[in-house]
Each structure stands twice: as C-alpha cells, then as structure tokens.
Write a protein that binds this ligand. Structure first.
Ligand code: MEV
Length: 341
C-alpha cells in the first residue's frame, strides 16, 4: 500500500434545535475537537478494504465482486438519494438481514452506497459536493434527515441551520463541554418518526414546544454572537438555563431516556447543566463547563458518569470542518489504528 491520504472531519454536537429542525425550526450545531479520520490507501490486489476500528469492523471485497453492482449506482456530480431497491441490493450483497439497524450494517451500507455512487467519477472535492454526498449517506442511515449533521461535519465551526439554509455564526467564544455517551443504542429514524407522530396527533400542543425550542436556539445564538471576548458568568448562567429548559422540552416531545435523566442528575449534583444532543433516546449529552468550575469538580463528575457505565470526553466547540491532512502530521493514535490495514 502507498501512503494515501488522510482526511478528517470533526465530531459535532447540536447545541439546541434537534428534532425541531426536522420541522423547519432553527438549530445551532458546532464542530467538536474530537475528530473522525479516514485514511484512503491504494491496495495492490484490487481489493476494497473497509476498516472501522472504532466499531471493530473489518471487511474486504474484490473490485470484481463490486463491478456487477455498479450499473445500479449512477452517481457523478449530482448527489442522488438512495432508493430502497439499491439498499436492498447492498444488504443482500453484504449479507445483512432485511431491515438490519445495527451500527455495523448502517455504516457499511452508507459506505457501499457512497463508494459505488461516487466511484470513478470523483473529479472535484468542493465542500458543497462532500456535504451533498454526506447528506445522501445520512439518508441511508436515518431516512429523513434535516441535513444539519452533515453540514456541520463538513463545514465545522458553528452554524445556524434552518430548512436547509446554512448560516455560519458570526463568532463563537471558546466553550468547554463534556460530551457523554450513555452507550444506550437508539435509532434516529425511529425517534424522528416518533416526534412527527406526536406532532400530527397533538399539533396545538407539540407545535408550541417546537417553537419554544426555536426561540431557545435564537437566544443562545444571540448570546454567543454578542460577546466579543469571553462570556461573562451571567451569560453562562443564561446558557445553563436554556440548556435546562430545552432538556425538559425534549422530554416532552418523547426523546428523553432514563439514562439521560440519570446523567442530568449527576451533573446537577455538582452544579452543572446538561442536555441530550442529537436524536436522544439514550445516545449522547452535552454538559456546559463554566470557566469558574474547578477542574477537580469536572474530574469528580467524569468519574461518577464513568461509574454509571458512560463514556466521557472533555472537549471544546467550533472545530474546523473536513480537512485533508499531511501524512507528517498523523496523530499517533491514528497511526496505530491503521497499522494493521
Ligand atoms: C440528529 O443528530 C438530529 C435530529 O434533529 C435529526 C436531524 O436533524 O436530521 C434529531
């Protein structure tokens, strides 16, 4: 194998507006300084190797095996939505059962769909194209995405997103957060569908909740953009209140989970404020780390969350978008992850 290229994209969190964004409201999303790396290498033996060390998946296909699938995947410059018969074909090809929803089959399906659609036709690497293709990958995984996740993973920074319209935020003060994974698996597709059902069943009850989430996103953006330097403690207090109110709203629209309630209790017992981020129903949460919070408090919270079986990362928001790295700057852990390819 030759040296290839290393590309990374930031992790992301939604500060406010998840679920509401699917219904045309504003969401605020930020890139995280926790990145996902992809190393693309030439192989000598005409094989396509997919190695996803973080989910323990390593698969190999011969180009010859993939060739017959190509006529069903005409991609090119215009990203095209995945069709159900294409996904059925890929599930059959990869040996996944019908309707499989586990992380490995979702990731492999999205990879094969994008690989076969883009394969041999990639002539430009504009962010717009990457973003549009990433959106199609999102559709493979959860059906009817708003597009906020692929947009922030591609562009990074801090974005206001509404009805497909992306507006980078004017400035984002340096904010430290704790990202916690409850390790409770969930399906974004099912959770998004659940919110839609509730909205259809109780429009006059749920619509005002979504409008309130919209107003929370706007207020959060106003505070973040208003400060030329660091936020004042009073501004942090408002951000914390917004987090609490939104977490209650997300419970109201049915995307909470006992693991998230527990997480909020643990952090609240140390004076910190948390909300779920993304689809909810388990998954991840963010906790705002005010600059006046002593590091020993953060360590104690992390320990308590780890004791609950959760995973924690202390990180900051506003990370750069998709990046092509020079191989000289490969981080050590990434070199190790790929050393067995
Ligand atoms: C998932 O990260 C965010 C949701 O709002 C879904 C979406 O926007 O596509 C729940």
């Amino acid at each position: 194998m030759d040296e290839g290229v290393l590309i990374s994209a930031p992790g992301k969190v939604i500060l406010h507006g998840e679920h509401a964004v699917v219904h045309g409201k504003v969401a605020l999303a930020v890139g995280l300084n926790l990145r996902t790396f992809i190393k693309v290498l030439h192989t000598r033996d005409n094989a396509v190797l997919l190695n996803l060390p973080s989910i323990g998946s390593k698969l190999t296909w011969n180009v010859g095996q993939l060739q017959p699938l190509l006529p069903s995947f005409k991609g090119g410059h215009e990203p095209v939505s995945p069709r159900s018969e294409q996904l059925d074909l890929l599930r059959k090809f990869a040996g996944f059962s019908e309707g499989s929803q586990d992380t490995e089959s979702q990731a492999v399906l999205a990879f094969l769909y994008l690989y076969l659609s883009i394969c041999g036709q990639w002539t430009e690497t504009e962010l717009k194209l990457i973003n549009s293709w990433a959106f199609q990958g999102e559709k493979v995984i959860h059906g009817n995405p708003s597009g906020v996740d692929n947009a922030v993973a591609t562009l990074g920074g801090a974005l206001q997103f509404q009805a497909g319209q992306i507006t980078p935020m004017k400035r984002v003060p340096m904010l430290q957060i704790l990202l916690t994974n409850t390790r409770v698996p969930r399906s974004t597709k099912i959770l998004v569908a659940g919110v839609k059902d509730k909205l259809l069943k109780y429009p006059s009850i749920i619509e005002p909740v979504l409008s309130s989430i919209h107003a929370i996103s706007q207020e959060c953006q106003r505070i973040l953009e208003a400060s030329s330097a660091a936020l004042s403690i009073d501004q942090f207090k408002v951000l914390e209140e917004l987090i609490d109110i939104n977490q209650h709203h997300l419970n109201v629209i049915g995307v909470g989970h006992p693991s998230l309630d527990k997480l909020c209790q643990v952090t609240a017992s140390h004076g910190l404020h948390s909300k779920l981020t993304g689809a909810g129903g388990g998954g991840c949460a963010i906790t705002l780390l005010r600059p006046d919070v002593d590091h020993s408090v953060v360590e104690a919270v992390k320990q308590q969350l780890v004791d609950c079986g959760y995973q924690c990362w202390e990180t900051s928001i506003g990370a750069p978008g998709v990046t092509l790295h020079s191989s000289l700057s490969l981080p050590e852990d990434i070199i190790n992850a790929f050393s067995n390819v």
